[in-house]
Design a protein around this ligand. Structure first.
Ligand SMILES: [Zn+2]
Ligand SMILES: [Zn+2]
Length: 445
């Protein structure tokens, strides 16, 4: 039985090291990891890899030197070297080639992208006695007739993460002439990770998202992953009006944690019971699966993690991470210290929410009340603008988007609230960029 090919990943960025390792171990390769050039060379001497996935800009030895030393060592006469770098200059590709690399891949890359290139370089692990193996790979036909230098340039669209707001309002829809700019639909956020579709919450905004998807995909099947923060009306009410659910070729997975007293599926079934809606859940034509989360999940190129929030019943926030970028969604959350006092436990719980959001590129953060409004709404499970600012600052996010606007906050009022937040951040000397979610607006990272 042939041994599976061995791959050494030399990469100083922990996220990318794990990303590449997971992508390749999932295909059955044997993986070893090193955090810099020195460790990489030391591990190569004993691990004897068939392929080295090599970063360029690392502390200690840079990737070019590692590449040259590997090439100079007879022990590694047959090793293939795949250089990965976010430096996309032609010059770097040429230096890599001169240093002995077999291929060059521009970061960020996708799971499918690195899997395909690695397979091209060393073949895939043997399954059921078929397919090339490490023993016969030397006789494989290589890219372009044998050992040619492979240059890949990822389509930036494939590693793009974009966020589009379809519903920005909290509690109740608030349509009308006074909410035209920020929007009147309840919570619904579309997140595209490469070409994978995520939908966070199914407030009334999802109806328009459904129509937009049908227009975009025409007769093609639509597949999506719906993340539900909690099942209060303003977060699920649009679900029965999401038109792609009525078409057989479409497929949706609905993720959340189990409800406080019944399963996630039963909650959704309940809102479509005969007393409330004419079409029962069973009559929806699409292939729909309900998934009760018990930990983070990998969905396509993204890792989806969740964190419990302080809101009546069971509520969670989400963090979607992919290609070294992250979008965090914290909606319907009242600070623990704010509500329960400043005991140590409450502080730790508040800190945990901040840690969950730490370093997010986009932090979608509930901010429903002014300090004055909060005095009358204490214990309803929501935050103030000041709370959002404290969390945004502590989490060191890059862009905070205020969300879950109160139904009474008109466009004019929202402008004032946003100015208030920006002024506070300016006075704090922060670089955190703050905006307020507007229906249909898009942010791309
Ligand atoms: Zn809500
Ligand atoms: Zn709620």
């Amino acid at each position: 039985m042939a041994k599976p090919p061995r791959i050494l990943i030399i990469e100083d960025d922990e996220c990318l090291r794990e990303f590449a390792g997971d992508a390749l171990s999932g295909k059955g390769y044997v993986i070893e990891r090193a955090v810099d050039g020195h460790e990489g060379l030391a591990k190569a001497a004993t691990f004897l890899p068939d392929l080295v996935v090599l970063d360029l800009m690392m502390p200690g030895l840079h990737g070019y030197e590692v590449c040259q030393r590997l090439r100079a060592d007879p022990l590694h006469a047959k090793v293939r070297i795949l250089v990965t770098s976010s430096k996309s200059f032609e010059t770097d590709q040429q230096i890599a080639k001169r240093s002995g690399a077999d291929a060059f891949m521009v970061k960020p890359y996708t799971v499918a992208g690195i899997q395909a290139l690695v397979e091209e370089l060393i073949g895939r692990p043997q399954k059921n006695g078929t397919g090339p193996t490490v023993e016969d790979r030397d006789t494989m036909t290589l890219h372009k007739g044998g050992g040619a230098f492979i240059e890949t340039r990822n389509d930036p669209k494939k590693t793009e993460v974009s966020v589009r707001f379809w519903g920005t309002r909290g509690s109740s829809p608030a349509p009308g002439p006074d909410t035209v700019r920020y929007g009147g639909n309840t919570a619904c956020v579309e997140v595209r990770v490469g070409d994978v579709l995520f939908i966070i919450d199914c407030g009334t905004g999802i109806r328009e998202l459904g129509l937009s998807l049908l227009k975009e995909k025409k007769d093609e099947p639509i597949e999506g992953h719906i993340l539900i923060g909690h099942t209060h009306w303003d977060h699920i009410q649009g679900f029965p009006f999401f038109a792609p659910l009525y078409i057989k070729r479409n497929k949706f997975n609905v993720y959340s944690v189990r409800g406080s007293s019944k399963s996630l599926e039963r909650v959704f079934r309940g809102q479509m019971a005969a007393d409330y809606f004419p079409v029962p859940l069973n009559n929806l034509a699409a292939d729909i699966h309900f998934v009760e989360l018990e930990g983070p999940v990998q969905i396509g190129p993204a890792t989806v993690a969740y964190h419990y929030l302080n809101h009546p019943g069971v509520a969670i926030g989400f963090r979607i991470s992919a290609f070294g970028k992250s979008v965090t969604y914290i909606s319907d959350h009242e600070g623990f210290q704010r509500l329960n006092g400043d005991e140590d436990l409450n502080k730790r719980q508040d800190d945990a929410v901040v840690d969950f959001a730490r370093g997010s590129d986009i932090l979608i953060m509930e901010a429903q009340y002014t300090e004055e409004e909060y005095q009358h709404k204490r214990g309803w499970g929501h935050s103030t603008f000041d709370d959002a600012i404290v969390r945004g600052l502590a989490s060191e996010a890059k862009h905070m988007v205020l969300f879950h606007h109160d139904p009474t906050h008109t466009d004019e009022i929202m402008d004032r609230h946003l100015d208030y937040c920006r002024e506070k951040l300016r006075k704090a000397g922060s670089n955190l960029f703050c905006s307020a979610a507007r229906e249909r607006s898009v942010i791309t990272i």
